[in-house]
Write a new protein. Structure first.
Length: 476
């Protein structure tokens, strides 16, 4: 299967309220022969306040924010076309599951496009950082790494690329970061071809579930406190090994003497779950976990000091004990319900609601027709959506792309909503003018001390740009 290796740069680190401003990708076959590539930049969406640090990191000037050819809406349309053309593929980047995938899903959701394009059948997804951590855990010689002050290997993309002989001075531009990811992953595949194939087996939720439902023992790679660790695990009984709420696999760490836990009450099990080291390990089957052969875990401490027959015996007890597995799931359900009850009752805004309410199939089926319609027809078609969130998103898209299409009352309403958000004096979830100036002033102090005139000039231009947005919305 082809690999679609991609990366984004954004206006903000917040995936709910920030926007993609650059995206690049490279399509390679299973042997890393390049088949296609793209790189796109767009203007900042109207009415959004960017984060200074995000733009400094990805080197985005005011001219790039305001004068490039593509609008934000057009960029998303181009990305959707390219990703459809590249399908079927395994989509992956560097730490993409935690950030890039979340950003593209939420951008597509707000852009009235199907959000799960990178992992819905026939596509699969993985994460280059997960793979690198897994490779390093089984063989620390596979990648040359810097070591930080805590004695841990540095797994940042730019650092790894530089340490392994790849030119990295263009890091933090989308296509360049995609190229660095290709280079690191090609190196891992070349040095560890067998492990590489094992890593890719978890790039689909159903495939991952099959692994932990059928294997008696496996090695799970996890990353905590700057270290990549291997855990030898046994899954719970095949009928009762998936979290009842989150749908994630559950397995027991085989360093633990399981027998004292077998007959505990639900309350006592919940207490045991809070202790460290944790006896229960979670396999996030939709997030490309690293699950590999048991032989890897058998070689590392503390498992290499335990009699292999005792390990097998523990695994058999865990797998065959239905009642124990049921009790674990009951405990997990109660913990999840307690957590849900203690959640903030604050209203969830439409931009944050992608997972709290899924868009209906009826609405999703209207998306292509909506995008192919004229702007005036787009406005009329909004009445056909059942989901109020989509109607709100649609009006905002029309405002940003073709404001003259909107009736005056809708136009004014959207402008007032934007003004209320960006001019707010409170600490908000999104970036406000006030937050921007605060961040800008702090950075100005830092770069003055560093005598960095280039960054100070950059901040001055950015400050002027945000002042112009503020003035526009104050004067409405």
């Amino acid at each position: 299967m082809n690999l679609a290796i991609w990366d984004i740069e954004s206006s903000n680190a917040n995936t709910d309220f920030g926007s993609i401003i650059e995206i690049g990708g490279i399509l390679v076959d299973e042997n890393f022969n390049e088949k296609d590539r793209f790189n796109l930049r767009c203007r900042l969406p109207e009415g959004e306040i960017p984060q200074c640090m995000a733009l400094i990191v990805n080197k985005t000037s005011v001219d790039l924010l305001t004068k490039v050819n593509l609008s934000h809406y057009q960029l998303l349309g181009e990305v959707e076309k390219i990703f459809k053309k590249w399908s079927p593929a395994i989509f992956l980047g560097w730490s993409n599951i935690g950030f890039d995938d979340e950003m593209i899903r939420k951008e597509f959701f707000k852009g009235i496009r199907y959000p799960y394009i990178t992992n819905s059948s026939p596509n699969k997804r993985h994460d280059g950082l997960n793979i690198a951590r897994g490779a390093y855990a089984i063989d620390s010689k596979v990648l040359k790494t810097e070591i930080n002050e805590k004695g841990n290997a540095v797994m940042k993309l730019e650092s790894l690329a530089r340490m392994n002989g790849f030119e990295s001075s263009g890091a933090h531009s989308a296509l360049f970061d995609a190229e660095l990811t290709v280079n690191i992953l090609r190196l891992i595949k070349t040095k560890k071809p067998k492990a590489w194939q094992e890593f890719l087996k978890t790039s689909n939720k159903l495939d991952t579930e099959t692994i932990f439902k059928t294997k008696k023992i496996f090695t799970l790679n996890e990353y905590f406190y700057g270290k990549s660790r291997l855990y030898l695990c046994a899954p719970l009984h095949p009928k009762y090994c998936v979290h009842p709420i989150y749908q994630w696999g559950q397995a027991v760490d085989l360093r633990i003497d399981i027998e004292p836990l077998l007959n505990l009450s639900i309350n006592d099990l919940k207490k045991e779950m809070k202790k460290t080291p944790k006896f229960l390990r979670t396999i996030r089957s939709n997030k490309a976990p690293i699950i590999i052969e048991e032989s890897y875990g058998m070689k590392v401490d503390p498992y290499n000091k335990i009699d292999p027959n005792l390990i097998k015996k523990r695994a058999e007890i865990i797998r065959s004990n239905e009642k124990f597995s049921q009790n674990i799931l009951t405990s997990l359900r109660e913990i999840a319900e307690e957590k849900e009850q203690s959640k903030s009752q604050e209203d969830i805004l439409a931009e944050e609601s992608i997972y709290s309410k899924f868009t209906s199939n009826k609405d999703t089926s209207l998306f292509p027709a909506w995008h192919s319609a004229s702007w005036s027809d787009k406005l009329k078609m909004l009445d056909r959506f059942e989901d109020d969130r989509l109607i709100g998103f649609g009006k905002k898209i029309i405002y940003q792309e073709s404001p003259e299409t909107l009736p005056k009352d809708i136009l004014k309403s959207i402008q007032r909503q934007i003004a209320k958000r960006i001019l707010s004096e409170k600490k908000e979830k999104w970036w406000t003018c006030k937050e921007f100036y605060y961040e800008c002033d702090n950075l100005r102090e830092k770069y003055t001390n560093d005598n960095d005139h280039e960054k100070l000039k950059f901040l001055d231009q950015l400050n002027e740009f945000v002042m112009s947005i503020q003035k526009k919305y104050e004067n409405l």
